[in-house]
Design a protein around this ligand. Structure first.
Ligand SMILES: Cc1ncc(COP(=O)(O)O)c(C=O)c1O
Length: 365
C-alpha cells in the first residue's frame, strides 16, 4: 500500500541552496561527449601537474585497509605541525579543505547569523554558510581593475555587516590575488568576536607567499589543502591551523575517521618529499609565466595573478570551454563565479600548455 504521506522534507535551507559548480571534468560529462579521461588535458582544476611526489604510491601499498585509521591522525598531525612550525594541538587534518569549510559552518553558524565572503571566490564558503541557515554578504573585486583588493571598502562592509564568520581565500581562487596581510590584521583586530577563515589552499604555489599564521591572531583560522600542491585530490586531504579552542570545536563536529588510512599515509609520504614538491612548484611557476607570455604575444590579455592559474577574458566563457573541450582541452568557464566573460586556466607542463595555445586559436576561429 503506497503511503498517503508526502516524503519527509529536509530543512528549508537545504532546499534553497543550490549545489556548487567545480572545475575538473566529470566522468558524466566525458561520457556525454563520448570521450575517455586519457583523451583530455585538464587545465580546470588548479592541481600541480607534476605530482604526486615519489614515494606516495608505494606508501599506499603498505596501508592496512582492514583496520580503522587512527581517528586522531597523530603521526600526520605531528608531521604537519613540523611543516607549519605550530604545535599539534593547533592543527586538525580533514577530508580535504572542503570538509573543514563545512565543519566551520557547522560549528560556528546559527540560523540567521551573518557570514561575509570576499569574492568572487570559491563557492563552497557561501554554500556551507547558507546550508546552516546563515545569510551571506559579499564584497566583490572587479575585473575593471584586475580584481584589485580594496581594503577600505572591505573594512566598511565588515563594519556594516558585523559578521560572525569571514571567509577569504589567500591567494584568491579564481583571481589569483593575495590579500594584504596588514589589512587582514586590522580587520581581525576590529572584529575580535568574528572568526576569519583564511583559505591558503594555493599559498604554496607562490614563491614568496606570506601566511596569515604569521599574524598570530586569536580569531584567524588558516585552511590548507594537500590536494593542489601535493596533487592528492583523489585522496582528499587538507588541514586547519588556528587557535586551540577553534580546532577543538571543529574536531567536535567532525565525523569519525573522516581522514582515512590512505590519506594519512599519502600525506606523511608526501610531506617527507617536501623538497621535491617545492622544486615542482618552482617549475609550475616558471611554466605559468611562460604560458602567460605566450598568450600575450598572441594578443590575449590574461589578468595578472600571483598563482599558476589566472582568468582570461573571452567573449563567452561557456562557448570557449565547449570549443576547447571538443579538442580534448578542459578549462573552467567562470560563469559560476559571476564572470561569464572569462575562463580560468591553470598552467600545466610546457608541452601541454602548447596544446592549449593551439586549441585556443581554433576554438575562437
Ligand atoms: C580555494 C579552494 N579551497 C578549497 C578547495 C577544496 O580543496 P580540497 O580538495 O582540499 O577539498 C578548493 C578546490 O577547488 C579551492 O579552490
Amino acid at each position: 500500500m503506497p503511503s498517503s504521506f508526502p516524503p519527509p522534507q529536509p530543512r528549508p535551507a537545504i532546499l534553497q541552496t543550490p549545489r556548487e559548480v567545480h572545475g575538473a571534468i566529470t566522468p558524466a560529462e566525458l561520457a556525454r561527449l563520448g570521450m575517455d579521461p586519457g583523451q583530455v588535458i585538464d587545465f580546470s582544476a588548479n592541481i600541480n601537474p607534476y605530482g604526486p611526489a615519489p614515494g606516495v604510491r608505494s606508501a599506499l601499498t603498505q596501508v592496512a585497509i582492514a583496520a580503522y585509521p587512527d581517528p586522531e591522525a597523530r603521526n600526520l598531525r605531528q608531521a604537519l605541525a613540523e611543516h607549519v612550525r605550530q604545535p599539534p594541538a593547533r592543527i586538525l587534518p580533514g577530508h580535504g579543505a572542503s570538509e573543514l569549510i563545512w565543519l566551520i559552518a557547522l560549528a560556528f553558524l546559527d540560523p540567521g547569523d551573518r557570514a561575509a565572503v570576499l569574492g568572487p571566490t570559491y563557492g563552497e564558503y557561501a554554500r556551507a554558510a547558507r546550508l546552516m541557515g546563515a545569510q551571506t554578504v559579499s564584497w566583490l573585486a572587479s575585473p575593471d581593475d584586475d580584481f584589485a583588493v580594496h581594503p577600505d571598502a572591505i573594512a566598511q562592509m565588515l563594519g556594516r555587516v558585523q559578521p560572525r564568520l569571514v571567509f577569504l581565500c589567500h591567494p584568491n581562487n579564481p583571481t589569483g590575488q593575495p590579500y594584504p596581510l596588514g589589512a587582514l590584521a586590522q580587520w581581525a583586530a576590529a572584529h575580535p568576536t568574528a572568526l576569519f577563515v583564511v583559505d591558503e589552499a594555493y599559498l604554496p604555489f607562490l614563491a614568496d607567499g606570506r601566511s596569515a599564521l604569521s599574524l598570530e591572531a586569536s580569531n584567524i583560522l588558516v585552511l590548507r589543502s594537500m590536494t593542489k600542491d601535493h596533487a592528492l585530490a583523489g585522496l582528499r586531504l587538507g588541514y586547519a591551523v588556528g587557535p586551540d579552542a577553534v580546532i577543538d570545536a571543529l574536531a567536535q563536529v567532525q565525523p569519525p575517521w573522516s581522514v582515512h588510512a590512505m590519506a594519512q599515509a599519502a600525506g606523511l609520504a608526501s610531506l617527507a618529499a617536501q623538497s621535491w614538491v617545492d622544486a615542482s612548484l618552482a617549475q609550475v611557476r616558471e611554466d605559468a609565466r611562460a604560458l602567460r607570455r605566450a598568450l600575450r604575444a598572441l594578443g590575449w590579455r590574461p589578468h595578472p595573478s600571483a598563482t599558476h592559474f589566472f582568468l582570461l577574458p573571452v567573449e563567452d566563457g561557456v562557448q570557449v570551454r565547449e570549443g576547447l573541450l571538443r579538442q580534448g582541452v578542459v578549462v573552467r568557464d567562470a560563469a559560476s563565479f559571476g564572470l561569464p566573460g572569462h575562463v580560468r586556466i591553470a598552467a600545466r607542463t610546457p608541452a601541454e600548455n602548447a596544446r592549449l595555445l593551439e586549441a585556443l586559436g581554433r576554438a575562437i576561429a
